[in-house]
Design a protein around this ligand. Sequence first.
Ligand code: ATP
Length: 230
Amino acid sequence: MIELDAIDVSYGNIQVIWDLDLHVSEDDTVVSIVGPNGAGKSTLLRVMSGLHPVSDGRVSAWDADAATLNPTEIVERGFVHVSEERNLFGDMTVRENLEMGAYTHRNSLDDTMQEVFELFPILEERSDQLAKSMSGGQQQMLAIGRGLMAQPTILALDEPSEGLAPQITDRVFGKIEEISEEVTVLLVEQHVNRALNMAERAYLLENGRVVREDTGTGLLESDHVKDAYL
Ligand code: ATP
């Protein structure tokens, strides 16, 4: 379980997150964080991954103070973050990119890769192709596949539909639903309707604060969400 308790976060002396509580555990199926551009969604994922410090409050990862853990230790405990930028190694093959994802679990690499290939057959078909030669949708699937190679219990996906055509987005979301049957998904999305429909629980973030927390359907039906986002 990852828990944010009354956190403040700043970049330099500009505060972007205020007194924020949020939790996600392996008992959840899909937890979504929605909100407008610049609300602080990606920042929260960076904080949970140990990539950015809090200036106040506490982050705990499986009961340890996350401030005492480095990003690799957070991955080892089960929290894996697929960033918005995807950060693939373009000049490496699909297979090599997947292998890089397994750096914390080298012993079971082959079995995990087989599971990833079952979920994304296109990655097996293209396994010897350079990552940069793949289409946008295929690269997104590779980024998610590489995240799964680290055997997460919580997989955080930052804007997985970013830059994808609607039909491809549908396919990626179908895969995310499949993944959520096995692994908890923490989903950051600007496609509010879709992200809330999928979510068991959801947070609406505005200007660095949680303004509502509810079930996905509860948030979808709130007047505030309907008026501002749908
Ligand atoms: P988006 O969907 O546009 O990525 P977001 O909700 O994920 O938005 P963040 O990217 O977390 O929001 O940004 C929150 C605030 O922090 C914004 O005001 C942004 O300009 C600022 N910010 C983000 N990254 C940095 C950085 N590296 N340095 C300074 N300010 C930053």
